[in-house]
Ligand binder design. Structure first.
Ligand code: SF4
Length: 378
């Protein structure tokens, strides 16, 4: 067990020193006051990102929910012959892009199921037709798990697959499929899909190719503090090597309609503690996101004082967490998002996917241009 104390950790944080596995576990103990953990996270948050809180205007596209895998925490997937199963047509996908552009979106976040019958070119062409029809939309598409599925479909190396996608118009990659990296947990919740080594290989290769990616952690199910801190340290080590992670997003588990529905949803205290510990452990990540869809609006807003500097976006058409019982609205307006940020005492700044400032035409907010790159002090 740890020999360090909270006072030792405070000293490390004030000096900008790296925290250890034991430090992270200590910060997760119920006996360690949440308020103090939050205060430490806020020191780091303000050192890196000042008083700014970012948001973006984006939409989600989940082109199919049919999936060969059966992760037991997933309420989104459907069997091939299930009545719930769907596959969007090219016309519907392009139409979704048109709706996004008309709404002033800068980004489309694209993830879905691994359909038993859809071929590799369907996934690549989907990116291509969207980019051709709507060149201003940044396409943040396909998790490491999907890229690994494309490896199974094509037998091509990861680099070639990412090159195909980049050529088609892929702008960056989301951070999903990370779940919990430690095999004690991963083998129980998603044993079939991309393992930890593969997830990191894919993200490392993307970084080498100049593709920015995000990273997530699904918490609040069967894992414990050790598994969570281990997860964060693995990410920190990868970031030391390849440096292309932009944002870490802790994802609160939603048990409804999953095989783990006997578990309780994580509490707000757990959500805030996880946000804060993430900010403290991931000293080389520029951004920590409070994903309001999963956390709920109140907790996400409070998280801006517990290490988070980003609230994600206006998010239209979110299905994955609403299928799992999320009761948040599917969309927030820009004004609502800005007000949430201002009410928390932070300064709202609209960003694009790769953290450039977005400047809107005040007369016609759907029109925008890219401003300066937003700087962080790491
Ligand atoms: S989490 Fe993803 S890979 Fe796992 S069952 Fe759900 S859709 Fe499929």
């Amino acid at each position: 067990m740890s020999t360090s104390t909270l006072a030792d950790i405070r000293k490390k944080v004030e000096n900008g020193d790296r925290l250890s596995l034991d430090d992270g576990i200590l910060l997760y103990q119920d006996e360690t006051p949440l308020q103090e953990v939050g205060e430490l996270a806020n020191i780091v948050r303000e050192r890196i990102n000042g008083n700014v809180a970012y948001y973006n205007i984006n939409t989600h596209l989940n082109p199919t929910n049919v999936c060969v895998y059966r992760c037991n925490f997933c309420a989104f997937r459907a069997d091939l012959r299930s009545e719930r199963g769907y596959v969007m047509s090219d016309e519907q996908i392009v139409q979704r892009g048109a709706e996004a552009v008309a709404n002033g979106c800068t980004e489309m976040h694209i993830v879905g199921g691994l359909h038993h019958k859809m071929k590799y070119h369907w996934y690549v062409d989907l990116v291509r037709i969207l980019k051709e029809a709507h060149p201003t939309l940044h396409l943040k598409a396909w998790t490491g798990v999907e890229i690994n599925w494309f490896e199974h479909l094509t037998k091509k190396p990861v680099r070639e697959i990412l090159q195909d996608l980049q050529d088609a118009g892929l702008g960056s990659m989301p951070g999903g499929g990370a779940e919990i990296f430690h095999p004690e947990v991963r083998d129980q919740i998603c044993e079939h899909k991309a393992d930890t080594g593969k997830w990191f290989e894919i993200h490392g290769t993307a970084h080498e190719m100049g593709i920015k990616t995000n990273a997530t952690m699904l918490y609040g199910h069967i894992e414990n503090a050790f598994h969570r801190v281990d997860h964060l340290i693995r990410l920190r080590e990868q970031q030391d090597k390849s440096g292309g992670f932009q944002t870490f997003i802790p994802l609160a588990f939603h048990p409804e309609n999953t095989e783990l529905d006997h578990l309780k949803k994580p509490s707000a205290v757990m959500d805030l503690r996880t946000m804060a510990v993430s900010r403290l452990m991931l000293d080389n990540f520029p951004h920590i996101k409070a994903y309001w869809i999963m956390l709920g609006i109140g907790t996400a807003q409070t998280a801006l004082d517990y290490g988070a500097d980003d609230l994600d976006g206006t998010v239209r058409h979110e299905l994955i967490y609403h299928d799992a019982g999320a009761t948040t609205p599917e969309e927030l307006t820009v004004e609502q998002l800005k007000n949430l940020i201002r009410e928390a005492g932070r300064e709202p700044v609209e960003r694009d996917t790769v953290y450039n400032e977005v400047i809107r035409d005040p007369e016609n907010p759907a029109q925008w241009r890219i401003g300066d790159a937003l700087t962080v002090s790491l």
